[in-house]
Design a protein around this ligand. Structure first.
Ligand code: FES
Ligand SMILES: [Fe+2]
Length: 430
């Protein structure tokens, strides 16, 4: 449970808010690279951290991320023409380069000299790993780009995905760091031989069919790390080590050997505030060694990629139609009545008493340990920054390379000890 002031601090990310400023110390993914696929392509609207921007790629391929509105009389640059190294406003033709500098004011005698005095707000932007990233903080504090594994592999090896949710970013984030939601939200009614769960590759030992809460949680330089004991009935216990990377990155990738080693898979998700009432979930899946197989894409997309409304990143099954929940399916097949994993989550998080849940009234238990840690870390980091203490993590790019892992430990070894040992070798060699 939080105070009203803490809930506000956690959920508001506009310019000048404590959490908004904290976010602005990091490189933030703001859109898919494919939204502005080539030089001189159609510009794309970008709303992020409560700011309206326009993204475009100029004739030389430079990515521009500039104010969505023209400096003259604020017409939307979205309708402008992206050609000959800049974006020209449709209203009176003022033209801007990818840094937001005005480079042409036609028709008026003073245009030639006046243009140099006009510069739109703009942010440094990078195209990495299938996403366009922005740095929206103070220029003198711009950090190096994080060492994400997926940013260093060819396009053929990865798949990027985006979906827009109608809720505050923290609701989506908390849905991720919530191990006890797996059983019902994503679970199948039958995991016996031949049952639908087994057809999905699940068995009684899988994460979806057993609820395991973390046994040890620690704060780290990059967020939190936690250990979950999966099997302590035998001589050796299997312990998974997971991480949350502040402010909004998934518990790091693992390289699962799905399909008997056929699909070694990295997987990372990021929750990015669009504004306080909407967020985008960005996801990348990749094979670090070779191109993703079509077979893999097909097998996984049916359950992992909701169909989207044409021209949008909104699911066809959404809040307005109750996510097309199938009550027959819910009675006999799975618990949700929805046969798509992201939608199973989205139907639980978009309306938790509203798009910004009231965290002063919730009833937390040991089920919520991870989220309690994450909230407190985020709140502390935002308050520290408010008091002038800059975060160190953005300037340690190697921290973003941590991976989830599984270790074996002798029976009876305390989870905290296993976790502390694992943390000594956090960033593994290739
Ligand atoms: S409003 Fe854009 S040129 Fe006038
Ligand atoms: Fe989920």
């Amino acid at each position: 449970m939080l105070t009203q002031e803490e809930n506000e601090l956690l959920t508001r990310t506009g310019p000048g808010t404590p959490m908004g400023e904290f976010f602005r110390r990091f490189w933030t993914p703001v859109m898919l690279s494919e939204e502005i696929p080539e030089p001189d392509c159609t510009p794309a609207r970008v709303r992020v951290l409560n700011e309206d921007l326009i993204g475009f790629r100029d004739t030389d391929g430079n990515v521009g991320l500039i104010d969505a509105y023209c400096a003259h009389r604020f017409s939307p640059l979205f309708f402008g023409m992206n050609e000959e190294s800049g974006l020209r406003c449709l209203y009176h033709g003022w033209k801007y380069d990818y840094t937001g500098q005005c480079v042409d004011i036609p028709f008026i005698p003073e245009g030639e000299s006046f243009k140099s005095k006009v510069k739109l707000k703009s942010y440094p932007a990078l195209d990495k790993g299938g996403f366009i990233w922005a740095y929206m903080g103070p220029p003198e504090l711009q950090p190096p780009f994080p060492d994400f594994d997926f940013a260093a592999i060819p396009e053929s090896h990865r798949e990027n995905w985006k979906i827009v949710c109608e809720c505050n970013w923290m609701q989506s984030m908390e849905g991720q760091n919530d191990p006890s939601h797996l059983y019902f939200t994503h679970g199948f009614r039958d995991i016996t031989d031949g049952g639908p769960g087994v057809q999905m590759g699940l068995n009684s030992g899988s994460a979806l069919s057993r609820v395991r809460l973390p046994s040890a949680v620690v704060d780290t330089e990059f967020g939190i790390s936690f250990a979950t004991v999966w099997n302590n009935e035998e001589e050796e216990q299997r312990v998974s080590i997971d991480h949350f990377i502040i402010p909004n990155f998934d518990p790091s990738p693992s390289y699962n050997n799905l399909g008997g080693g056929k699909f070694p898979l990295g997987y990372q998700r990021m929750r990015v505030p669009i504004d306080d009432l909407n967020c985008m979930v960005l996801r990348v899946r990749w094979n670090p060694y070779e191109p993703l197989l079509e077979e893999f894409r097909e097998a996984h997309n049916a359950w992992l990629v909701p169909e989207k409304l044409p021209g949008t990143y909104k699911p066809v099954a959404n809040k307005s139609n109750d996510y097309l929940v199938d009550r027959e399916m819910q009675r006999g097949y799975n618990y949700s009545g929805i046969n798509n994993f992201p939608l199973q989550d989205i139907c639980q998080i978009e309306d938790q008493g509203g798009p910004i849940m009231d965290r002063t009234r919730e009833r937390l238990t040991s089920q919520d340990t991870l989220n309690i840690h994450i909230r407190h870390q985020l709140i502390k980091a935002a308050r520290d920054l408010q008091e002038g203490q800059e975060p160190a993590a953005p300037h340690r790019p190697e921290l973003f390379k941590v991976r989830r892992s599984t270790v074996q430990a002798a029976k009876g070894t305390p989870a905290m000890q296993v976790l502390q040992e694992a943390l000594k070798e956090l960033v593994p060699a290739e």
